[in-house]
Design a protein around this ligand. Structure first.
Ligand SMILES: Nc1nc2c(ncn2[C@@H]2O[C@H](COP(=O)(O)OP(=O)(O)OP(=O)(O)O)[C@@H](O)[C@H]2O)c(=O)[nH]1
Ligand SMILES: [Mg+2]
Length: 458
């Protein structure tokens, strides 16, 4: 932490501008060694004014030849990304020129930064908490407008602040217990008030809510899994291609065309989906088909939404449906090939009338937009995008689960007259679990894992 790091902060390749970033105690003195406002002759500046862009030239410190014409942005800590002294050099973006500037900077005493090291320093210098550091990576990797929205709200520290609040409440409760442990003779046995116990229960409830929000929304990062299934030849692959608006799956009039599941990403109004076309399900002795059907069934089990497809003339059978689709799955009943006539269309039985039905013709591209809208509605129905801008990631969720477990133990203990020392341990464990989310109590391993997933220069 007390050395100076440097890296190229923009992507590899040619572009308009490339940025070299330097951070640490020597950032300003390094910049003074190689930057000059004059082009023809290196003329060292006295000092650099913070937060003011300067136009000039980077000189090779060994040969005193000009490497590039640049803009230099000095930022005195703590008003910088890392909270240390930072210099950003905006050079022309070519692989060679950026490397030449970087090597120049390194030869003046900076060390090449590790992946995510700038953000790690921002965290270690307490400028941002760990959830905000993670949000930086989420913003860079966001694959949809909604994923970006959630990452942006996290970078503002909303999740971190919420967790801090819960943690503070637990710390207050712990101090009540500890007074009793420290001065057992002076005080009555530990008897928290109704209100204090309610406070603990509120924290528990809030942790559970966050876990639920993760479950509801984790698809925004990974994509909601949608599987198209049905008998052979009903037009599953035709629908797949219509949804994707490209020829991804093979379509033939021969039943049993699709064997391996075909998966592809699809974005509907900013929400990411992963659509899978699967083998037609029926009784068969064909070994390859049997394997394909097994894979189709696996997809059905792991999918969030099932498009259950039938064609005119076929019947909806409750037995067949229940054998294939696990109870509680979100399903859309898709009736395809309505161009063949509308008198003979399969209908849902009374018991399943609540399942939405969409009638389409994949061949004529009819009803496909309506189906897309249904898929979107059914998937975000439970999620209030405006109300829950804080979405914990998987790591946060695991920590929240630990917090819930020890809080439940503490509340049980309170009911059953558990000794104060054990209560204190349970509360302390939940405080630490919440602290791991914001970074107060995160282990070095956790930090290394998080920051090693960043790119160099961030
Ligand atoms: N008339 C009509 N034919 C269609 C429609 N959709 C698909 N078909 C035809 O039905 C046949 C089967 O289509 P596929 O998309 O390969 O059907 P599938 O369900 O993927 O079949 P398998 O992979 O064998 O299970 C092809 O000849 C398609 O052209 C439709 O809406 N109307
Ligand atoms: Mg197919």
């Amino acid at each position: 932490m007390n050395d100076t790091i440097a890296a190229i902060a923009t992507p590899f390749g040619s572009g308009g501008i490339g940025v070299i970033r330097i951070s640490g105690p020597d950032a300003f003195s390094i910049a003074l060694k190689l930057f000059s406002k004059k082009k023809l002759r290196f003329e060292r500046l006295e000092n650099l004014e913070s937060h003011k862009v300067i136009h000039g030239y980077i000189f090779d410190v060994k040969t005193f030849a000009v490497i590039d014409e640049v803009l230099l942005i000095p930022m005195k800590g703590p008003s910088s990304y890392t909270a240390e002294d930072v210099i950003e050099i905006q050079a022309h973006s070519g692989t060679f020129v950026l490397r030449a500037v970087l090597e120049d900077v390194l030869s003046c005493g900076a060390r090449l930064a590790e992946p995510g090291e700038f953000t790690k320093r921002a965290f270690l210098n307490h400028r941002i908490d760990l959830t905000q550091a993670e949000a930086v990576a989420d913003i860079i990797n966001a694959k949809s407008a909604n994923a970006l929205k959630f990452a942006t709200s996290q970078i503002l520290g909303t999740l971190g602040k919420n967790i801090q609040e819960l943690r503070k409440q637990l710390i207050r409760f712990l101090s009540l217990i500890e007074v009793n442990i420290d001065f057992p003779d002076d005080s009555a046995p530990f008897h928290p008030s109704e209100k204090e116990i309610q406070g603990l229960e509120d924290v528990l409830e809030k942790c559970r809510e966050f876990i639920q929000q993760h479950n509801d929304a984790c698809f925004l990062k990974e994509g909601i899994r949608v599987t198209i299934c049905g008998s052979p030849n009903v037009g599953k692959s035709s629908l797949m291609n219509r949804l994707l608006e490209k020829d991804r799956s093979i379509i033939t009039a021969i039943p049993g065309t699709t064997r391996d599941p075909v998966e592809e990403g699809l974005n509907i109004e900013g929400v990411p989906f992963v659509i899978a076309d699967t083998a037609g399900i029926h009784q068969t002795d064909d070994l390859v088909e049997i394997i394909g059907i097994e894979k189709a069934k696996d997809h059905i089990t792991t999918s969030d939404i099932i498009l259950y497809m039938k064609e005119p003339g076929a019947e909806f059978s409750e037995r067949e449906f229940e054998k294939l689709i696990p109870p509680g799955k979100k399903v859309i009943f898709v009736v395809n090939k309505i161009d063949l006539g509308e008198d003979n269309l399969p209908k849902l039985s009374e018991k399943y009338r609540h399942i939405p039905t969409v009638e389409i013709s994949a061949l004529l591209n009819k009803g496909v937009q309506e189906l897309k809208q249904k898929i979107l509605n059914i998937s975000i129905a439970d999620l209030d995008m405006e109300k829950s801008p804080v979405i914990p990631n998987l790591r946060h969720k695991k920590a929240l689960e630990q917090a819930v477990e020890s809080l439940e133990a503490a509340l049980d203990g309170l009911k059953n007259g558990q000794v104060e020392e054990i209560l204190a341990i349970d509360i302390k464990t939940s405080i630490d679990s919440l602290g791991a989310i914001t970074g107060e109590t995160a282990s070095l391993d956790i930090l290394d894992t998080i920051f090693s997933n960043f790119c160099i220069g961030k």
